[in-house]
Design a protein around this ligand. Structure first.
Ligand SMILES: Cc1cc2nc3c(=O)[nH]c(=O)nc-3n(C[C@H](O)[C@H](O)[C@H](O)COP(=O)(O)O)c2cc1C
Length: 328
């Protein structure tokens, strides 16, 4: 099996820039590259003058207990993008098994082929006792309604919409195209779903406030791993201003460039309640199946725990803004 992913030592978007289909970022790939680089501008304030004691990385997000504040991001089209010889159902089952083993939750994806790219992954969630988050692309009403109809017969924890897929040329050209979303439309979807609803693809205070106004339950500060627009800021760069505006009003998640336990720590310190990880966990799944995900998440948890010890944190709530500094 020759994978399209080059399995770089650090997954930073340089070798694969512009490769879509593939695992790269759009055009020059700068948004993906910047997501990773921006984390290096956040430094951790070491301080071990603290009470010794147990350290826990456990948390509860949107009613779900997690061993560590991490979700597996939606990664659709595993054959097309990774060149992996795995069908969508098998990938999603391995991914969800891995998340169960690791004590985290996974998101499934969506695409034009409603059966293969939406219903099949959603059935994988159903077959895992509903332990998973199904993601719907920002279709016009007809496309959203068709997917909610499929979900009405299935078990799932919560749902998400990657609103930042509104510009994907392939999806805009289809018979049922994608579109940009207003607060009114997001409220309609939230109400029809009747489950926690996560808006993924928020990069401004305005978009975050729109999700709050619509009564959504969470946002993911995300630029789709740099796959939808070149030259955006890194996600960690916009997190502080978004957190200042909406923290306490809505759950805040972040993805894009989260590679280490230290990156998780930095995102939490700057206002996120949890993170999503895309490419590194998708690769761990393609190469090592469910065990691959478990091993990768355990590594992240180990580093997060070490960093909590070195900064005087005993629990996730102790990870606050004064634990980090941002440099130019
Ligand atoms: C191959 C590939 C497919 C993706 N498919 C989806 C998708 O169907 N829905 C979605 O919301 N995001 C999708 N994403 C974006 C991820 O969910 C996530 O936002 C991004 O990968 C996070 O950045 P990271 O890979 O640097 O961790 C995809 C990303 C990749 C690399």
């Amino acid at each position: 099996m020759t994978l399209k992913c080059r399995e770089c030592r650090e997954c930073n978007g340089i070798a694969c820039r512009g490769e879509i289909p593939g695992v790269g970022g759009k055009d020059t790939g700068r948004s993906f590259i910047r997501n990773v680089e921006a984390f290096r501008k956040v430094r951790i304030n070491m301080d071990v003058c603290a009470e010794p004691g147990e350290i826990s990385t456990g948390t509860k997000i949107l009613g779900v207990n997690l061993s560590v504040p991490v979700f597996m991001a939606p990664v659709a089209g595993i054959r097309n993008n990774y060149g992996a010889d795995i069908d969508e159902y098998d990938y999603n089952c391995m991914m969800l098994d891995g998340c169960d083993l690791a004590g985290i939750r996974g998101f499934t994806g969506d695409g034009i082929d409603i059966e293969r790219l939406f219903a099949v992954p959603a059935r994988a969630v159903n077959d895992h006792d509903g332990h998973g988050i199904v993601t719907i692309k920002p279709w016009v009403r007809e496309g959203v309604d068709a997917r909610i109809e499929i979900l009405s017969k299935l078990k799932f924890d919560m749902a998400a919409m990657d609103i930042d897929a509104a510009g994907l040329p392939l999806l805009r050209a289809g018979k049922t195209p994608v579109e940009t979303k207003t607060a009114e439309e997001l409220r309609y979807i939230r109400n029809r779903l009747g489950k926690p609803f996560i808006v993924k693809g928020v990069m401004t205070v305005h978009a975050a406030q729109t999700a709050v106004e619509a009564g959504c339950d969470a946002i993911v500060v995300s630029n789709h791993g740099g796959r939808v627009l070149d030259d955006t800021p890194g996600t960690i760069e916009v997190l502080p201003e978004i957190a200042a505006a909406v923290k306490g009003k809505i759950t805040i998640l972040l993805d894009g460039g989260v590679r280490t336990g230290n990156d998780i720590f930095k995102a939490l310190a700057l206002g996120a309640d949890g993170v999503l990880i895309g490419r590194p966990l998708a690769l761990a799944c393609v190469k090592g199946g469910a065990e691959g995900i478990r091993t990768a998440v355990e590594g992240l948890q180990r580093q997060l725990k070490d960093t909590m010890l070195m900064t005087g944190c005993h629990c996730i709530a102790d990870i606050t803004a004064e634990k980090v500094r941002i440099v130019d």
